[in-house]
Design a protein around this ligand. Structure first.
Ligand SMILES: O=C(CO)[C@H](O)[C@H](O)COP(=O)(O)O
Length: 305
């Protein structure tokens, strides 16, 4: 079996990456902890499914390439621990999670002790990646990345564009982390801009039309603006949307890296803190402020309903 790869983890990202690899001519064997997911994908696409990690490893030719597309942390670590005794020297494990680069460096050291090669891969593209291709930021030795390169060429938007061997192990996840930090800042700036436009009620601006117009030729045209234009066309009041924005760690790690490196990163850090504020973490601060301000008169406190 030429050009074979095992995909472990068939969530939103892993399943679509497996589909793109399969459509691009790779021989994909899929595995998921809940085997029905792997079987459903195999039925839909004609890929092979493995019911156990042992079966997955046995189905791949040496040197094997296994791509883990699992949540960072315990899920990834437990699969690496289970796979490692099944693998042989020269096999390659790719960790595609949004992981902290220090964790990846430690993981690589452990994996490489067994002669298994390790690549950390930051993957961007979300649900559009299947169709548009993914941006891939990879770290690892030249040999390990060379073994994965045929698959990177399929996953990327074009064979020689949209993927980069960034440097040694850890560098792929570090570059991806900073990418996501930038994502926080860009999203915050766009959201603030549209809020200001909406706030100028006297102009009755049609935000969908502004977004659509900016998509063509403007300095701020971007994929995030494309997505915004799309949902604003359907609803620009957003009255039914709770003003709460989740975060899953990469913004925090970027802000922490900036502090460690003494690099001022106010936009990324504030964008992260605005998400926390949206989650209610600034509520006590505001209550304190309201009480203090009330103490010296002029602005009465408002009581919660
Ligand atoms: O990796 C991504 C895109 O490149 C994801 O959007 C990532 O989840 C972003 O982080 P958060 O969940 O904190 O918004």
């Amino acid at each position: 079996m030429k050009n074979a790869i095992g995909m472990v983890g068939l969530g939103r990202m892993g399943a679509n990456m497996a589909r793109r690899l399969h459509q691009g001519g790779a021989q994909v064997v899929v595995y998921n902890r809940h085997v029905d997911k792997a079987e459903a994908l195999a039925r839909e696409s004609g890929m092979a499914a493995a019911g156990t990690l042992e079966a997955l490893v046995a189905a791949l030719p040496s040197p094997r390439v296994l791509w883990l597309m699992l949540p960072a942390g315990d899920a990834t670590q437990s699969h690496i621990d289970a796979l490692l005794p099944l693998l042989s020297a020269g096999d390659v494990l790719v960790n595609g999670a949004n992981a902290q680069h220090e964790t990846s460096i430690a993981q690589a050291a452990h994996v490489e002790q067994a002669g298994v090669r390790y690549v950390d891969a930051g993957v961007s593209g979300g649900v559009w990646g299947l169709q548009e291709g993914y941006a891939l930021m990879v770290g690892g030795s030249r040999e390990a990345v060379a073994a994965v390169a045929p698959f990177l060429r399929i996953l990327a938007p074009a064979p020689d564009q949209g993927w980069l061997h960034c440097g040694p192990v850890g560098s792929g996840h570090f570059v991806k982390m900073v990418h996501n930090g930038i994502e926080y800042g860009m999203m915050q700036a766009l959201a603030e801009g549209f809020a200001i436009l909406k706030g100028k009620e006297a102009f009755h601006l049609d935000l969908a039309q502004v977004a659509e117009m900016w998509r063509h030729g403007s300095v701020v045209r971007s994929w995030l603006l494309d997505l915004s234009a799309d949902f604003l066309k359907k609803d620009q009041a957003l009255d039914s949307i709770a003003p709460v924005v989740a975060d899953s760690g990469e913004g925090l790690w970027t802000a922490q890296a900036a502090l460690d490196l003494k690099i001022p990163a106010p936009v990324i850090t504030l964008a992260l803190q605005m998400r926390w504020a949206s989650q209610g973490h600034a509520d006590y601060t505001a209550r304190m402020l309201a009480m203090m301000r009330n103490e010296f008169g002029g602005h009465a406190v408002q009581k919660e309903a």
